[in-house]
Design a protein around this ligand. Structure first.
Ligand code: ADP
Length: 248
């Protein structure tokens, strides 16, 4: 079944290889909200050779985090800018067609300004109007990844109608994650999936992203979900939490 079930504004948290991308696609399809992956947005910029992509590439290749200002620019553009239709999200093709139409309309409504993820200058004030497709909800996959990103999101974006409903934390043990990443590196060509870089990404997660659990626990948004088992099993657990959040 597709179509909006709940209006949800979700952050998916979890280490590399925890299955965030897979679950993001499912939640996106089931609830009709765009899944916004900063990793995918960065890949698009890098492949396009944009100024932002050129600045980001060495960090991604090394398994390091891209500087916060670049990522915040990307997210600002995706939530409020005019580049949404150029972005390859996890949104299924059918949903993407209507999403592109909606974004096209909103871009015209804003005067069709070009902007683009490669524009410079970090947002200092909350923009007024979210792009059409995120008004009814969104899912952030891979963002925020640092405390500074989480605080910037709350300060700059959330007050403009994008406050989060829930942070879903996928809990998967390190052995499972390393096994999944090594399997993925054999089947997909990614810039950052060799064993050494995968270990680096896990270390970066432990140091920089895991502390976000405490941040979101303090605001009552954090829900930890067992990420072990099949994609269907994990999806069922996530759906149960989303149903509970929607029913509150
Ligand atoms: P994974 O979920 O497997 O870690 P992603 O596709 O989310 O992979 O991210 C790949 C890389 O992109 C990261 O290792 C990092 O270099 C960069 N990246 C993605 N999101 C962010 C972010 N929010 N802040 C900084 N760097 C990011």
């Amino acid at each position: 079944m597709r179509g909006r079930v709940y209006s949800v504004r979700v952050v998916l948290l979890g280490p590399p290889g925890s299955g965030k991308g897979t679950q993001a696609a499912r939640i996106s399809a089931r609830h009709g909200v765009p899944a916004i992956s900063t990793g995918r947005l960065l890949d698009t910029e890098i492949a396009a050779g944009s100024p932002l992509g050129r600045r980001a590439e060495s960090f991604v290749r090394a398994g390091e985090l891209v500087p916060d200002d670049l990522v915040l620019d990307l997210v600002a553009d995706r939530l409020y800018g005019a580049t949404a239709s150029a972005v390859v999200d996890h949104v299924p093709a059918t949903a993407r067609a209507s999403h592109d139409a909606a974004v096209g309309a909103s871009s015209v409504a804003r005067g069709g300004s070009g902007g683009g993820a490669s524009s410079t200058g970090t947002l200092t004030a909350p923009p007024a109007t979210p792009t059409a497709d995120v008004c009814q909800g969104f899912l952030l996959d891979g963002f925020p990844r640092t405390l500074a990103q989480a605080e910037a999101f709350d300060a700059r974006f959330a007050c403009a109608g994008c406050a989060l409903d829930v942070v879903l934390d996928l809990d998967v043990d390190e052995d499972t994650v390393l096994e999944r990443i090594s399997h993925r590196s054999r089947s997909e060509a990614r810039l950052d999936d060799d064993a050494e870089t995968a270990r680096r990404r896990l270390k970066v997660f432990a140091e920089q992203t895991a502390p976000l659990r405490a941040y979101y626990a303090a605001s009552g948004l954090l829900r930890t979900v067992d990420g072990s088992g099949s994609p269907d099993e994990v999806a069922a657990r996530l759906e149960a939490v989303l149903a509970e959040v929607a029913g509150r």
